[in-house]
Design a protein around this ligand. Structure first.
Ligand SMILES: [Zn+2]
Length: 498
């Protein structure tokens, strides 16, 4: 049995004015796809372990394109090149007996709202109607009818913050093997839910959202179950099909798939008001920081690079300075020009420049600083979360009075401490830290910090969803519109196969 493996992953915030390009992706072909994933906690890594252990399976690795970090909407030309390369690699691998594709689900292109649906349609056309195709997605994916119709089975993450990358790939690979053995005839029920959600209750280990995931897992692992989960969409990917979805795949039992998907959707809808982020105002956060002993985490989820924001907000630091805060502050910011100014000045020199406010000028303004250049780097480091190589581009540590800025040329994921450690900064030595990620695994900050304040400041990934200005997603939708009504109704998908 020859199984094709491919990957194309990116998460986009339509509200980030900085477009994404082909060059923002790490792209590999063929055997290199296996090499980068083997032994990693990734979907493809997990799938390889299951498929590699099955006698008689031959792997056909084709193409992998992974965005290094989330960003703004992908350009038309960038997407066209990714699409062309993926399809050429798929065509070269034919014929195959089965397909596993690892996608994210929250890509968006200038002129294509549903690039994953487009890719799956195109791959389906190449491999033919009879070849089983299983697709894994992030639960922040925007699930579309086109994606479901083109594939045989969808498999979704079951954890947030995400830790089940490899097990998601393992689940997808096991389903694919069952399809190849003709053990199951999948039927999928999807319930579109007009709601967008954020906040602490989405943490699956501790929050309300975990209940729906448990329902999905119970269905998936029961006899006759195939797959199930919830897609909450990425609220910042403002495309026509943006909404939440419950889905259940069973072995031929449309009534059961429908019943379980409707139940999950009903529970989700009933608690939607609690699936929103609690905020504190910037003034309140500054006041709390001033009176708190121990390190205060100031969460800037609105400028979360891992959700697609530009990373160049300086609003929280500005608020601290204007509020007369005297503690030691650690803050990351994307600002290639400030880095260039630091490089030109050299280590130990004093530089007068500005930080932030260049990439998303409608929301942020450059903040003038007079700083000592403490450290310069090429921005290459290893993630403490995943062990993967990260690239922030040329970077600098600038110390301006009580504020230590870690300034990068490129956005990087800020859901752990890797960038700080890579630049010689021990977070525990600071009184206030700006963390540009909605949630981090607790050991990175929350487990030892005095408190974590979710600060309500503007940004392309603000959890204060009404402030973003959605224009494309179907309305009405909670919480953007008031008095939204909802009766769960399933759409059933079943692929005809000879
Ligand atoms: Zn996600």
């Amino acid at each position: 049995m020859k199984i094709l493996i491919g990957e194309c992953k990116q998460e986009v915030s339509s509200f980030n004015p900085v477009a994404s390009h082909y060059t923002d992706f790490d792209v590999v072909w063929g055997q290199a796809l296996l090499d980068i994933h083997r032994d990693l906690n990734t979907e493809v890594g997990g799938a390889l372990r299951v498929l590699g252990a099955r006698p008689g399976v031959v792997l056909a690795p084709t193409y992998s394109a992974r965005a290094r970090v989330s960003g703004g909407t992908l350009t038309r030309t960038g997407y066209a090149r990714l699409r062309r390369e993926l399809l050429a690699a798929v065509a070269a691998a034919l014929p195959v007996d089965g397909v596993y594709l690892s996608l994210h689900g929250a890509m968006a292109v200038e002129d294509e709202d549903d690039p994953e649906g487009d890719l799956l349609d195109a791959v389906r056309e190449l491999v033919g109607e009879a070849v089983p195709m299983v697709v894994s997605l992030d639960l922040h994916g925007v699930l579309t009818p086109r994606m479901v119709a083109a594939s045989d089975v969808i498999v979704a993450y079951h954890t947030y913050p995400h830790v089940d990358f490899a097990t998601t790939g393992e689940r997808a690979a096991r389903v694919l093997l069952r399809l190849l053995a003709r053990e199951v005839q999948p039927v999928t029920a999807v319930v579109p839910i007009p709601a967008l959600v954020r906040g602490n209750e989405l943490i699956t280990a501790t929050g309300l959202f975990g209940r729906m995931i448990h329902m999905a897992q119970a269905g998936e692992t029961a006899p006759g179950g195939v797959s199930g989960g919830m897609f909450i969409g990425n609220p910042f990917t403002d495309v026509a099909d943006l909404r939440s979805n419950s889905f259940v795949v069973t072995d031929g039992d449309a009534a059961r798939a429908t019943r379980e998907a409707v139940e999950m959707a009903a529970v989700f809808w009933a608690v939607r008001e609690r699936l929103q982020a609690p905020f504190v105002s910037l003034a309140e956060a500054v006041a709390t920081a001033k009176t708190t002993a121990g390190t205060v985490i100031l969460t800037d989820a609105a400028d979360a690079t891992s959700s697609g924001a530009s990373g160049d907000s300086n609003l929280i630091v500005r608020g601290l300075l204007e509020g007369g805060y005297g503690g030691r502050v650690l803050a990351p910011v994307v600002d290639p020009e400030a880095v260039q100014a630091a490089l030109a000045a050299g280590i130990g020199a004093t530089v007068e420049t500005t930080v932030g406010g260049r990439l998303d000028p409608a929301r942020f303004a450059p903040l003038p600083i007079r700083a000592r250049v403490h450290l310069l780097s090429d921005g290459q480091y290893i993630s403490e979360s995943s062990g993967a190589a990260c690239s922030a581009g040329p970077s600098a540590v600038l110390i301006a009075d009580n504020v230590t800025w870690v300034v990068t040329s490129l956005p990087v994921g800020l859901y752990d401490r890797s960038l700080f450690y890579a630049h010689g900064q021990e977070p525990r030595r600071f009184d206030a830290i700006v963390v540009k990620s909605p949630h981090c695994q607790p050991q990175f900050f929350d487990a030892w910090a005095a408190c974590d304040l979710n600060v309500d400041v503007p940004g392309a990934t603000s959890a204060n969803l009404r402030t973003l200005g959605h224009r494309r997603c179907a309305r009405p939708i909670f919480p953007l519109d008031r008095d939204v009504t909802f009766t769960p109704q399933a759409q059933v998908f079943r692929r005809a196969r000879g």
